[in-house]
Structure formats: structure tokens, C-alpha cells
Write a protein that binds this ligand. Structure first.
Ligand SMILES: Cc1cc2nc3c(=O)[nH]c(=O)nc-3n(C[C@H](O)[C@H](O)[C@H](O)COP(=O)(O)O)c2cc1C
Length: 210
């Protein structure tokens, strides 16, 4: 109970601090004062974006620079980001994420496709090191994406990770080589409303101590 109350308090405090949240919306303003817990508490999958906003290439570069600090198998750094900034390209990506995702990302000014280079993370001398194989590339990609979306929140942006997407269509649209596995599409924009926090399992359902 005390834990829940402190999480709610942290969320409320963060809502006061973070741009793009609650009444303190300021497009593009940095929120360097937000603590890690505040960023985590206010990061949500956003499915309702303010229309008519813009995000610059420099701002996206900052997010990718943070994502590059993520750990990866033997520092293999196989994650790649394809960033649609041009409105026509953005619209084309939205046509490749399914009708529901397209509707939910309608106002997002930037759409990003995340991939990883196959056969490197989890591989040594050309063969997979253990049973996970390219699963390690997917693992590294997810870690990188996590850095990306949390940095985005710190900067006052909002995101939606989408696993529902047409990978063949995206491959053609960005000319992504077959050597790369297409993973998630991530929308980037500013929330138009604050989403609820989907319930989490209890801690003891997911952790065992020995
Ligand atoms: C790998 C992955 C794929 C996802 N795909 C979609 C998707 O296609 N559409 C969508 O609306 N949400 C998608 N989500 C968002 C999840 O539904 C969301 O993270 C989860 O419900 C928890 O909510 P929260 O992110 O607000 O904490 C995806 C999330 C992940 C990590």
C-alpha cells in the first residue's frame, strides 16, 4: 500500500515536471530535472498524440545517441534506426502498422523502424554461441529501444512501440537489407491525453529469491 502510494505520488510529481504531461505541456522543452523514477512512472504507451507538432532531426539524434549507450553482446551494436521525418514518409509508415496502430499514432510527427543486423550478436566465428542465436540480437534491440523510449520521455516526448507491422512493406519503403531483422516501429510525438497505467503483475509473480 505504501509502495503504491509512493508510486502515485511520484507519478503526480512527474506530471507537474515533465513537458507533454498534464497541464505543463511545452513542445520540445527538455525536462532535465526529471528523476529516473519520474521518467519511468510517466512513460506510457501513448495512443493519442497532439496534432500539428514537430520534432527536429537534432532531437531524434539525441535519443539515438542515448540508445547507443545501451549494452550489447560483445559490444556488437547491431541495432539500427530508420527515422521517417518527412510527412509523406511518416504517412507511408503509418499505413504499414495496421489500422488500429495507424489510428492511435495519427498525430505523431515521427515514425521510427528499429532493426538489428543478423548473425552478429550471440555469434562468434560465424556460428551461434548458444541456443538463443539471433534472439540475442532481438534482446540487444529491446535494450536499445528501452533506452530510446526512456530518453524520449525525459525530453518530454511520448512513444508507442508497435510489434504489429508489415515488415515486407517497411523493408521496401526504407530499402532495408535482408541482413537486418525488422523489429518494432516506434512512434514519437506529444501526448494529447494522459493514458492509464495498465496493471502489472505482483512482484512475487515474476521474481524468486534463493
Ligand atoms: C514488443 C512490443 C510490441 C508492442 N506492440 C504494440 C502494438 O502493436 N500496438 C499497441 O498499441 N501497443 C503495442 N505495445 C505496447 C504494449 O501494449 C504496452 O507496452 C503494454 O500494454 C504496457 O503498457 P505501458 O507501455 O503503457 O506501460 C507493444 C509493446 C512491446 C514491448
Amino acid at each position: 500500500m505504501i509502495r503504491q502510494l509512493s508510486l502515485i505520488a511520484a507519478s503526480l510529481a512527474a506530471i507537474m515536471v515533465l513537458p507533454g504531461c498534464g497541464s505543463n505541456q511545452k513542445d520540445g522543452a527538455a525536462a532535465a530535472s526529471a528523476s529516473f523514477d519520474e521518467i519511468v512512472a510517466t512513460r506510457r504507451s501513448v495512443r493519442d498524440y497532439k496534432e500539428g507538432t514537430t520534432i527536429s532531426e537534432a532531437q531524434v539524434r539525441d535519443l539515438v545517441a542515448t540508445a547507443m549507450e545501451a549494452p550489447s553482446w560483445a559490444n556488437s551494436q547491431t541495432t539500427r534506426y530508420y527515422v521517417a521525418m518527412d510527412p509523406q514518409k511518416v504517412a507511408a509508415v503509418k499505413e504499414l502498422v495496421g489500422a488500429g496502430n495507424a489510428r492511435n499514432t495519427a498525430g505523431a510527427p515521427v515514425m521510427i523502424v528499429s532493426t538489428f543486423v543478423k548473425g552478429q550478436s550471440g555469434f562468434g566465428r560465424g556460428s551461434q554461441v548458444n541456443e538463443v542465436g539471433d534472439g540475442w540480437g532481438a534482446y540487444d534491440n529491446g535494450v536499445s529501444n528501452a533506452y530510446f523510449i526512456l530518453k524520449a520521455r525525459e525530453q518530454g516526448f511520448d512513444t508507442l512501440i508497435m510489434g504489429m507491422r508489415d515488415s515486407d512493406g517497411l523493408r521496401k519503403l526504407f530499402n532495408i537489407p535482408d541482413t537486418e531483422q525488422i523489429m518494432a516501429v516506434i512512434s514519437l510525438g506529444y501526448r494529447a491525453s494522459d493514458p492509464n497505467r495498465p496493471a502489472r503483475k505482483s512482484l512475487d509473480e515474476i521474481v524468486k529469491f534463493y
